[in-house]
Design a protein around this ligand. Structure first.
Ligand code: F0G
Length: 451
């Protein structure tokens, strides 16, 4: 008896192959596109043979109170919807997922949207959403007997991969762009024992090089071109639906970098609808930084049919990506759900990040594009006040403390970048002040602090 019920289907030409037959770079031998995991059994089971959605919903909730490692994982408690392993006993888990969904009190009020929430994926074991995809893909790596795993990364993938590799007893290789990743993330890769190479290249260059390397040596590629990553990363969609009692929010807003996450969440909602677990899909919108916006340009030029890579620049280093691998999948999610793709400036990102901090949540800069994007969508009349909106916060605020400190010290943005937003920026800044060690000086500092 195997737990494995999947095959791979090429997103481009539709070719189907067994999971074990994928090439090391996870590209289709016929057309070069990426694969998606599919479960042929699901479509064959119709009528009374369909999975009993009521029983599954009950089981998944029940597992939350179990003491089994697999049940305690917010990914594997949904394992009926990711049968990718020969044995679920091979899963490598750090009890990822089950992340909180917070109501955003202040932003709700400011934007006039009552039902505004943040799904905080930064509350995962290594501090980002990558853990949900790493548990699934690392488990496949271990089951298939690999000794080495590798990724190119803007930081979070490498932190997650290094942690899960260490748990699995595998060696890990990280390629990162020199000087362009946040220290918190680099420190994690070191702490978890990865071989870390800083290259004089951007993320896109690192991924291109790694693609060559995995063809020359038996190393398992763990970037989101690996379709098993997306299987874990689809599970926050299940958690969100569960949190809304199996209704879905009207609108989900996701940051876009290499575009694996938006693709995965879209897949999660699509599968739930196909299996009759939910009745509809939310609109899914993808927000990019203005300096790293190839998908936004693609939508403007060809409604997501062609993509021209760009040279990427943004202080939100996690999404500093000019040639996103999963762009076709993400474009389809946006098109199928009636979502939007837009970009936001460096100042808009910084202000939104500070606002999320002031809600007591905090997140890393790349996550804050979601709130910045929501503000734009709301201003353009694309989101009504009675809609339920969920922002996906992808990384923890401590990942990039330098960015936060620079913002509050007033050294983050250039004059040009801040132009027109000075008042809003200054209202948000809370720089630490040096004062005498006396009660009078501290009380005076309190009194002179803005609102
Ligand atoms: N937010 C954070 C915090 C990220 O680390 C990333 C991607 C994204 C958003 C974008 O997600 O690539 O699926 O569209 N970080 C990758 C990395 C590229 O290497 O850590 P995406």
């Amino acid at each position: 008896m195997t737990d494995n019920l999947h095959q791979l289907r090429c997103f481009g030409c539709g070719a189907r192959i067994a999971g074990a037959d994928a090439l090391p770079d996870f590209r289709c031998a016929a057309c070069g596109d990426l694969f998606e995991v599919e479960y042929p059994g699901w479509s064959q089971r119709r009528g009374p043979d369909r999975p009993n959605s009521g029983a599954l919903k009950w089981l998944w909730r029940e597992r939350k109170s179990s003491s089994e490692a697999l049940d305690q994982s917010g990914v594997w408690r949904f394992r009926e919807l990711l049968p990718i392993l020969d044995s679920f006993g091979n899963a490598v888990t750090l009890r990822e997922g089950n992340t909180p969904l917070y109501h955003l009190h202040r932003a709700s009020k400011a934007l006039g949207i009552d039902q505004l929430f943040a799904k905080h994926q930064g509350m995962n074991p290594s501090g980002s959403f990558k853990d949900t995809g790493m548990t699934s893909a690392m488990s496949v790596a271990r089951e298939r007997g690999f000794e080495w795993v590798a990724c190119a990364s803007t930081g979070n993938t490498s932190a997650a991969m290094a942690a899960y590799a260490a748990r699995a007893g595998l060696r890990s290789l990280v390629l990162i762009p020199d000087g362009k990743i946040a220290w918190g993330k680099l420190s994690q890769a070191m702490d978890y024992g990865a071989v870390t190479c800083q290259l004089m290249a951007d993320f896109d260059g690192c991924l291109t090089l790694l693609t060559q390397i995995v063809k020359e040596a038996p190393i398992y590629l763990l970037n989101s071109v690996n379709p098993y990553r997306l299987e874990g990363q689809k599970t926050p969609a299940f958690e969100i639906a569960e949190a809304f009692d199996w209704d879905v929010p009207d609108h989900l807003i996701v940051p876009g970098g290499n575009l694996g996450n938006s693709s995965a969440l879209g897949k999660g909602f699509r599968e739930m609808r196909e299996l009759g677990l939910v009745a509809r899909m939310p609109r899914i919108s993808v927000i990019q930084a203005a300096g790293a916006n190839p998908l936004v340009r693609s939508f403007a030029a060809s409604h997501g049919a062609e993509l021209e890579p760009v040279e990427a620049h943004t202080r939100a280093t996690a999404i500093r990506i000019g040639n996103p691998a999963s762009w076709r999948k993400a474009a389809r999610v946006i098109q199928d759900t009636g979502g939007w793709c837009l970009d936001v400036t460096e100042a808009e990102i910084a202000i939104s990040k500070a606002e999320l901090g002031a809600e007591g949540l905090g997140c890393e800069p790349a996550s804050a594009v979601t709130l910045a994007g929501l503000k734009k969508l709301r201003a353009e009349g694309k989101i009504r006040s009675n809609e339920t909106v969920v922002l996906v916060l992808t990384g923890h605020t401590l990942k990039d403390a330098d960015y936060t400190i620079d913002f509050h010290r007033g050294t983050l943005l250039t004059e040009e970048e801040s132009a027109g937003n000075e008042a809003e920026i200054n209202a948000r800044r809370r720089n630490a002040v040096v004062v005498d060690a006396s009660a009078a000086a501290v009380l005076s500092a309190m009194r002179s602090s803005a609102g």
